[in-house]
Design a protein around this ligand. Structure first.
Ligand SMILES: Nc1ncnc2c1ncn2[C@@H]1O[C@H](COP(=O)(O)OP(=O)(O)OP(=O)(O)O)[C@@H](O)[C@H]1O
Length: 847
């Protein structure tokens, strides 16, 4: 099951069985057509001799109907097996593949995502799960069975055609190349053009998307015309490709006309084979049909190859991702755990550079010790390495040099999952997923009980506002969670904190946790944070120095080194490098004063509207919300928080509200009017389409006629004469047939009688003028034709009537004797028939 690469990598025994049955089903399904062709050839042959309302006709009818019924049952069963087994196994295999793929992505160390452009990694991950896995699934579920069905039909048809008439098959087979080769060639060209057209539309779509998404910029620069020009230029490319595509499609469909060239050739050759080689009509006709059908099936089989190649490449991409070795493996079960964690952290002589930028040293000889239960505040200029320290502690990366210790033990010795579960991280990223509040909290610890969830929410001061919502912990958040942006920031903060606390971590890591909040809201949340950090070793990163003011130790970082450290009161007095912390505090105070001044000055202040639009992540976009009167107004008031907020509950019936929207129905007539300039081409297309459509019934009619001709020639066996006559069937017979011999006239008369398919056949010395070889041939044809019809044969030559059911000997206008040949012979020498037969055989001997 774990073989390297390949699209069947995740096949287990059940899948192998499913694929075996699927393959049998596909082959069975594919053999339907050839087997049916064999039956039909027999059926056509029997049509020639079938007469209405005779027992033999109904026997033949029943026989073939039954055979075809069995075939239908067999075909149905095999098609079912084919479809059901392959679809099921494709589903099983690719869902396993998707799972493994996602698991392998999730266990990647963070460095993996750094090493490539973030967008390309995300794209790769998503396309691996969606398009790559999808293309493998569609190959297993559809393309492989399609290939096998068509290929076995092709093989079956060719075998049947050779069995029925090898001469015709051999001669007609090369002609199939006349439509297979252009068909494949133009088909490939069509696909390439289709891809290019898609790309060209993509470019045009991108222009439109960019323009619409930045509509204000477009308006402000009066860039509408420019946008339209660029859009129309991009569309021009797709129009040119469209014309090429149309031409190629025309050539593709036109080249299929070669099928009829093949039929034309077969019609000619088939007649020759029936009339000169004694081949039967049904077999020759069906052999020819099988050759053409086989060619068609081969043609539709081959394009599958490109899908196989695509799926193979997709499987290789997925396998490469799955097989990549992870240095810091979250699923690695090895490693120690501590029964009791105190939470003492120590960084010893840490050198670090990110794997994606190994030449840039971020931390250099970094040392830091945080005692258990104490709070350390990390401050410093942007890029000084504050967040890097937290990443190293979480083991998102390992240091290049030095050790990080937890309670005196190197963190590399711990089981990674356990280590991370000891830390609660609250960072700046928005963390709410589009699910309920409870589920959101459970992301912190999926096994946590409801009591734990509530305890964590209480610890983060979030319980109060959650219980005020109408659905409490079951309120869905995410896309449809609409609150004012001010409230949203607070809720996000509290939720992140709740999430971090649900596992009762010993270490709390706060990376700019409150940076998105304004001073007033920060104060509200800070109470919750202070409460949460009691008894926990806490590391706080903050630009706003008031946030870290109360920390036991404040560490000032610069270029990955510790510049100053100590409590606020200690380091504010330090003069290292000009008192870095003091300068930071002073600069921040000046900036805050400036900000307050500009806020007090109305002309500088941002309007309400501006604030709203800049923080509209959750506040304004879904049309289903607009104008909805249902808003929850909630007041939160407890020791930590006191604020009001309005909240829109989740609405389930988006579809309903869409239905109610008043978009006008599409207007056909308007669409036609828009396309009016294209009427000439449309008309030409319609005429072509009608002509193409009419081909099928016309060709069916022609093929039907061909069968009749085959049957006629098959029965009359007038080949030798026809061949000996220069003009063949067009030979002029002369008045009352004077230009023909008596034997020739008789055979033509016989052919006329056969064509009429009479219920009663009267043959009055019908073969008397024939030489014995021709008589033999004609007699054979007569024997075939007389099956199931009433025949009255008058003959002097007694061999002609020997096989009759009843022979009636007439003498002087009276029936002298009657009975079968053997009955009459049994009468012996006294019998009239006996003596006639004796006389004739003596004459034959003498001559
Ligand atoms: N994933 C990464 N790959 C490569 N370089 C990185 C990565 N993350 C951060 N850096 C670089 O490491 C240096 C330190 O970054 P870090 O995020 O630790 O700084 P910081 O002090 O937290 O900054 P800020 O206050 O702006 O958040 C920066 O120069 C940054 O460009």
């Amino acid at each position: 099951m774990r073989g390297k690469g390949g699209m069947f990598r995740y096949t287990d025994n059940v899948d192998k069985l499913l694929m075996l049955f699927g393959t049998l089903g596909s082959i069975g399904n594919g053999m339907m057509t050839p087997v049916m062709m064999v039956f039909v050839s027999g059926l056509i042959n029997s049509y020639g001799s079938m007469k209405p309302d005779t027992s033999s006709a109904s026997h033949t009818r029943d026989k073939y109907a039954l055979k075809l019924l069995y075939l239908a049952i067999g075909g149905g069963l095999s098609a079912f097996m084919d479809g059901a087994c392959f679809t099921r196994t494709a589903e099983r295999q690719t869902s396993r593949m998707r799972m493994q793929y996602l698991r392998s992505i999730l266990r990647r160390d963070v460095g993996f995502f750094d090493n490539q452009a973030a967008s390309s990694t995300t794209f790769q991950a998503i396309s691996g799960i969606s398009s790559d896995a999808q293309s493998i699934q569609s190959v297993i579920a559809e393309k492989i069975p399609h290939f096998m069905v068509n290929f076995s039909t092709f093989i079956g048809c060719i075998i049947v055609s050779f069995l029925l008439s090898w001469r015709l098959a051999l001669a007609a087979l090369p002609l199939t190349l006349l439509f297979i080769v252009p068909g494949l060639g133009f088909g490939k060209l069509m696909m390439e053009l289709g891809m290019k057209t898609k790309d060209a539309y993509g470019v045009a779509g991108e222009i439109a998307e960019q323009a619409i998404s930045s509509i204000r910029t477009i308006y402000s620069f009066v860039g509408e015309h420019e946008t339209l020009n660029r859009f129309s230029l991009a569309l021009q490319k797709s129009t040119e490709l469209g014309i090429k595509q149309g031409l190629t499609k025309g050539l593709l469909l036109g080249s299929m006309g070669m099928i009829y060239v093949n039929y034309a050739f077969q019609a000619w050759l088939g007649s020759v084979l029936v009339t000169t080689q004694g081949e039967s009509a049904g077999e020759v006709f069906i052999a020819g049909l099988c050759v053409v059908l086989g060619g068609g099936f081969l043609m539709s089989t081959l394009p599958n190859m490109s899908f196989f190649a695509e799926a193979k490449a997709a499987a290789t991409r997925i396998s490469e991702m799955i097989d990549q070795v992870t240095l810091i493996d979250i699923e690695d079960e090895k490693g120690e755990t501590l029964d009791q964690v105190r939470g003492e952290i120590e960084f010893k002589e840490i050198d670090f550079s990110y794997p994606s930028r190994p030449d840039t040293q971020i931390l250099e000889g970094f040392n830091l010790k945080v005692e258990a239960g104490k709070t350390v505040g990390l401050v410093g200029s942007s890029g000084s390495g504050k967040s890097t320290i937290i990443s190293l502690l979480e083991r998102f990366y390992d240091p290049v040099k030095g050790d990080i210790l937890l309670d005196g033990c190197n963190i590399k010795r711990f089981r990674l999952q356990w280590l991370r579960s000891q830390m609660g991280l609250v960072n700046q990223e928005p963390v709410l997923f589009a699910t309920s509040i409870k589920e959101n909290i459970l992301f912190g610890d999926e096994g946590a009980s409801m009591e734990n969830v509530i305890a964590a929410a209480k610890a983060a001061n979030a319980h109060n506002f959650i219980t005020k919502l109408s659905k409490g912990y079951d309120t869905r958040v995410g896309h449809n969670f609409y609150v004012s942006s001010y409230t949203l920031e607070i809720i996000l903060c509290l939720m992140k904190l709740t999430w971090a606390l649900v596992r009762h971590p010993k270490i709390l890591l706060l990376d700019e946790a409150t940076s998105a909040l304004d001073g007033q809201s920060e104060k509200l949340v800070q109470v919750a944070l202070d409460k949460a950090s009691v008894g926990r070793t806490t590391s706080t990163i903050a630009h706003r120095l008031t946030t870290v003011r109360k920390a036991n130790t404040i560490v000032v970082l610069q270029n990955g080194r510790v510049l100053e450290s100590g409590s606020h009161d200690e380091i504010i007095q330090m003069e290292t490098e000009g008192g870095a912390y003091l300068r930071m505090v002073q600069l921040q105070q000046i900036a805050e004063k400036e900000a307050r001044k500009s806020f007090d000055h109305p002309s500088n202040a941002r309007s309400d509207h501006e604030i709203k639009s800049s923080t509209s992540l959750y506040t304004s976009h879904s049309p289903s919300w607009q104008g909805s009167p249902v808003m929850e107004k909630i007041h939160i008031d407890n020791e930590a928080l006191s604020f009001d907020f309005e909240m829109q509950p989740h609405v389930e019936d988006d579809g309903e509200s869409l239905k109610k929207s008043s978009y006008p129905a599409p207007y056909q007539w308007r669409l036609i009017q828009m396309n009016a300039p294209e009427w000439k081409r449309s008309l030409l297309g319609c005429v072509g389409a009608i002509g193409y459509g009419a081909m099928q019934p016309f060709s069916s009619y022609s093929l039907g006629t061909l069968i009749s001709i085959y049957l006629l020639r098959d029965h009359s066996k007038v080949e030798s004469q026809s061949n000996s006559m220069k003009e063949g069937y067009e030979t002029y017979c002369g008045e009352r047939g004077v230009q023909l011999s008596g034997g020739q006239k008789q055979r033509i008369a016989l052919a006329r009688a056969f064509l009429k398919k009479p219920a009663i056949l009267l043959l009055d010395e019908a073969t008397s003028a024939l030489d014995s070889m021709s008589e033999n041939l004609v007699q054979k044809a007569l024997d075939e034709m007389m099956v199931g019809i009433t025949c009255v044969v008058i003959a002097h030559r007694l061999s002609t009537i020997q096989k009759s059911d009843t022979i009636v000997v007439i003498k002087d206008g009276k029936v002298a004797e009657h009975g079968s040949h053997s009955d009459l012979l049994a009468v012996g020498k006294g019998g009239y028939y006996y003596s006639l037969l004796n006389l004739q055989s003596n004459r034959a001997l003498n001559s």
